[in-house]
Design a protein around this ligand. Structure first.
Ligand code: SAM
Length: 263
């Protein structure tokens, strides 16, 4: 097991390299399809106690925890990187209810058992070898009868993102390494073995991952090709927003909507 300190140092270094990607066109696309998935899955957020794994989105990406708070949820988030936590805290709305953002490891969640009504994680567990342990801990902190949404890179992404990631990793150019991709049967097995009942297969970001990679690569270097990126994402957005099955099968993030059974 990589120690939490090594893990923290690694992700601190990664976080230090990144500007805030929130304004990038592909980030806004990501945010839109994330919100569509959350709206479809959770009819009412008011009063829910929600935990989100990783604060990358709140530090430099989609700010999805802010959206959940705007819907009336009481929000908690954690990340192993102190840099990311600091940046996420800085981005938290100055007024309104507090966001509870802490530095912690997803392999040992620092929360009481049965203390959350929803756990959301999209693109986090695939970065640790002990992803099974993390899913078991998600199960532990959820109240019986509650939902979790667990998203990971999809191994069978038709736009071959895992292959591109593999090639970049080979040359040491993939910033989010290590990252594992899962087939749907594998993800289903992991969540089922943790004790969850699968309610739904879902997925988001049914776009060629290379567009997202190119957009963020250029954005980091101060090059904005917003019109071109919008145009290239437009046809995928039409399908993905209208038909959830498109994201479910072609999304580069596969997600399991799962429930912790009542005892
Ligand atoms: C690639 S980024 C996340 C991407 C983001 N969820 C998204 O979909 O765009 C991975 C995040 O997971 C965090 N992370 C990695 N290992 C972790 C661990 N063991 N515990 C908590 N957070 C971890 C990193 O610090 C980083 O913020």
């Amino acid at each position: 097991m990589t120690s939490p300190a090594t893990q923290r140092a690694h992700w601190d270094r990664v976080a230090e390299q990144f500007p805030d990607l929130f304004p990038a066109v592909s980030t806004q696309y990501y945010r839109d399809v994330e919100i569509a998935l959350l709206r479809r899955t959770v009819p009412s957020w008011r009063g829910l106690r929600v935990l989100k794994l990783d604060l990358w989105n709140e530090a430099v990406n989609t700010r999805i925890l802010h959206w959940m708070q705007d819907q009336g949820a009481e929000v908690y988030g954690l990340d192993v990187s102190t840099v990311t936590v600091r940046r996420a805290r800085r981005n938290a709305p100055p007024a309104g209810p507090a966001m509870h953002l802490v530095q912690a490891d997803i392999r040992a969640l620092p929360f009481a058992s049965e203390s959350f009504d929803l756990v959301y994680t999209m693109g986090t567990i695939e970065h640790v070898e002990e992803y099974r342990q993390s899913v078991c801990d998600v199960h532990r902190v959820l109240r019986p009868g509650s939902l979790a949404i667990i998203g990971v890179p999809h191994y069978w992404d038709p736009f071959l993102r895992p292959l591109i990631v593999g090639a970049l990793e080979l040359f040491g150019c993939y910033p989010y390494s290590p990252e594992k991709a899962f087939s749907w049967p594998e993800l289903r097995r992991v969540v089922t073995e943790a004790g969850f009942a699968v309610e739904q297969r879902a997925g988001i970001l049914a776009i060629p991952g290379i567009i997202r990679m190119a957009d963020t690569f250029l954005f980091r270097r101060g090059i904005r090709l917003d019109g071109l990126v919008s145009l290239s994402l437009w046809p995928f957005g039409v399908f993905e927003r209208r038909w959830p099955w498109f994201g479910r099968h072609f999304g580069y993030l596969a997600a399991a909507v799962v429930r912790k059974p009542r005892a």
